[in-house]
Design a protein around this ligand. Structure first.
Ligand code: GLA
Length: 406
């Protein structure tokens, strides 16, 4: 991590909100474990601005970390036991696991995420010589598609790094989190969420090439506009299995294309190359899935160029095209997300709007002129409840930095 970022982290930790959160977590730790925590840590959530379902297709993504996220108060203990407690799931109580015998257990529910990342770290050879007691608190809405689980994974890895003095850098923390998700949880996700969280930078989004992990920070200069997240409150349900299904559809399409093209991923193709060869896929559905992956990657590259050229209107148009492709070709939106985007686009002062994250529920992200934000939240909220029957939640967010110690 370079200098300016370290300062950002320290400033966030020193802020009034940081101090309040630290006190709140320390107090809860005392009451749950009857002793003092050693440190309090934070890792953000993330929102993806464009580049959806491209990360496991060797394409580009453009997410940013948020200033909301997950906090953890932690201390090493003198036995080999991990004790996890979440202020968000108090009813689950303290969840206990033996550090020498970590496996995914259904009844451990949310605690499988921290267990998973510690197991992957141990398997990778990092020395975690004792157990830990940890209290978590997250202010990211659960199941919102703002990556509360990746936030917990990166946070837990970061806490272990700090408490045990592990030589693990932030890109490695992201990779370990993704591996935990893939191998311990069973979701075949790409690297985007964990990378955005581990590498976040205040007021910047990250333009990441997932094929090489080379990345560039782009200032998130939105002029007189704000980023507004609308949470559909639709639970993801079968989302994880659908996610894995999309991934295998793309892999099957790629395998067909590889019979005529020398490529390693769909992200290597331009729209023209795809159009000239798509017939070889030989399956209408898989063709549309692959088309989305190829076009979305090119859109992401163009969107970042537009933002860098201060052409926010073009950025907004590309966001809208991204949503349409996710709705029609990738089929991961659904009535809730479509309603949020459609009604958003009917409002004055909206520059762009799209679903963000895996889809099948979760959130949308919109760029809205600051003086129209209140009306936006009122109108979209009303239209949503009328059509869907329950309410959406809205958050005006800012791009924040990666993990830090409070
Ligand atoms: C989820 C996954 C990411 C990415 C997005 C879709 O958030 O965790 O790796 O694939 O869906 O873009």
């Amino acid at each position: 991590m370079h200098g300016p970022q370290r300062e950002e982290h320290a400033a966030a930790a020193r802020s009034e909100k940081g101090a309040d959160m630290k006190e709140k977590l320390l107090e809860e730790f005392r009451s749950v474990f009857g002793r003092e925590a050693e440190r309090v840590f934070f890792a953000p959530g993330r929102v993806n601005l464009i580049g959806e379902h491209t990360d496991y297709n060797g394409g580009h993504v453009f997410p940013c970390a948020l200033t909301i996220g997950t906090y953890a108060a932690a201390a090493k203990n003198s036995d080999g036991t991990l004790r996890f407690y979440s202020m968000n799931f108090k009813e689950k109580g303290v969840i206990t696991a033996d550090i020498g015998d970590l496996k995914n257990e259904k009844e451990h529910d949310w605690a499988n995420y921290p267990k998973g990342v510690l197991k992957i770290m141990l398997d990778a050879g990092y020395s975690i010589p004792s157990g830990m007691d940890i209290v978590y608190f997250g202010n990211i809405p659960n199941s919102s598609g703002l990556s509360s689980s990746a936030s917990v994974e990166v946070l837990t890895g970061y806490a272990a790094r700090e408490l045990f003095g592990l030589a693990v850098d932030f890109v490695e923390l992201a990779k370990l989190g993704q591996k935990a998700e893939n191998e311990f949880i069973g979701v075949n996700c790409g690297i985007m969420d964990q990378f955005a969280i581990a590498m976040g930078k205040k007021e910047h989004a990250i333009f990441l090439d997932t094929a090489t992990l080379s990345y560039e920070y782009a200032p998130l200069v939105l002029g007189d506009s704000k980023l507004v997240i609308a949470c559909s409150n639709k639970k993801r349900g079968l989302g994880d299995s659908k996610y894995n299904e999309r991934r295998s559809e793309c892999e099957a399409a790629l395998a067909k294309l590889q019979t005529v093209l020398d490529i390693r991923s769909l992200g290597e193709l331009t729209e023209e190359e795809f159009e000239a060869n798509r017939a070889v896929i030989g399956d209408e559905v898989k063709e549309r899935r692959a088309k989305h992956a190829v076009y979305e990657n090119q859109r992401t590259i163009r969107a970042v160029a537009a933002l860098q050229a201060n052409d926010i209107e073009e950025f907004g148009r590309l966001m809208i095209a991204s949503h349409e492709s996710l709705r029609d070709d990738y089929e991961v939106t659904g009535i809730e997300l479509d309603t949020l985007v459609e009604t958003a686009l009917a409002q004055e002062g909206v520059i762009g709007s799209r679903m963000t994250g895996a889809g099948f529920g979760g959130c949308t992200v919109s760029i809205v002129r600051a003086d129209r934000v209140d009306a936006f939240i009122r109108n979209v909220g009303e239209a949503y409840i009328n059509r869907i029957g329950y309410g959406a939640d809205f958050y005006v967010v800012e791009a924040g930095c990666g993990p830090y110690t409070l």
